[in-house]
Write a protein that binds this ligand. Structure first.
Ligand SMILES: O=C(O)CCC(=O)C(=O)O
Ligand SMILES: [Fe+2]
Length: 204
């Protein structure tokens, strides 16, 4: 496992022209290994339908989610509070891969399971007060290739990238302050995708 990176030539691509720092590494994990990770994540993660309160209404999302961390942290978004489950060996293995590549440390991970292209995530930024300010978010994708977009909050400029299976996208610096991101829904994709966003939760 340790020499996985040295086997793969992957020059990260820089996506944003200003006000943020996003890099995309298309082939962090080779296709066959990515397929194995996808299946293991599908079977081993404790997937749940996500709940939120939006305009006072209790909503249950179509996509499934899970949240794991080094402690039973609590995290509030869309007016619902979630408690983290503790790292599993599989998630620790993926965390180690991501930490080696980014030279950063992560203490939690939010996972999303999109059953097909009819499920996505609308425009948002990840700057909840539980997160370290200007912390790094490392996003690992498996399964169906999906478009991922950024939109500047003031200029409305947009930039998109196709997130492939086994790819890593790293968002840091002022990115969350100035840019929104989304996973648009699409009729072109009829297979599932799993995404892991490794995050830095404030501990003090
Ligand atoms: O599925 C993705 O690629 C992105 C998910 C995301 O933006 C999030 O979980 O905050
Ligand atoms: Fe996000």
């Amino acid at each position: 496992m340790d020499d996985l990176f040295s086997q793969i030539e992957s020059k990260p691509l820089s996506l944003l022209p200003y006000d943020g720092d996003v890099t995309y590494c298309g082939h962090l994990i080779p296709p066959e290994q990515s397929r194995i990770y996808f299946n293991r994540l599908l079977n081993e993660v404790d997937w749940q339908y996500d709940q939120a309160i939006i305009f006072g209404k209790h909503i249950i999302t179509k996509r499934k989610v899970a949240w794991y961390a080094e402690h039973a942290f609590q995290y509030t978004y869309s007016k619902t509070t979630k408690t983290a489950k503790l790292w599993t060996p599989l998630l620790l293995e993926l965390k180690q891969l991501v930490e080696q590549q980014t030279k950063e440390q992560f203490n939690s991970c939010l996972l999303n399971l999109y059953h097909d292209g009819s499920e996505g995530m609308s425009w948002h930024s990840d700057a909840e007060r539980e997160l370290v300010e200007q912390g790094v978010i490392a996003s690992l994708s498996f399964g169906a290739k999906r478009k991922f977009s950024f939109k500047h909050k003031d200029t409305k400029e947009t930039h998109s990238v196709e997130l492939d299976s086994g790819s890593l996208l790293v968002m840091k610096g002022a990115t969350q302050r100035h840019w929104l991101h989304s996973l648009p829904t699409t009729k072109k994709v009829d297979t599932p995708r799993i995404n892991l966003t490794f995050r830095q939760i404030r501990t003090e």
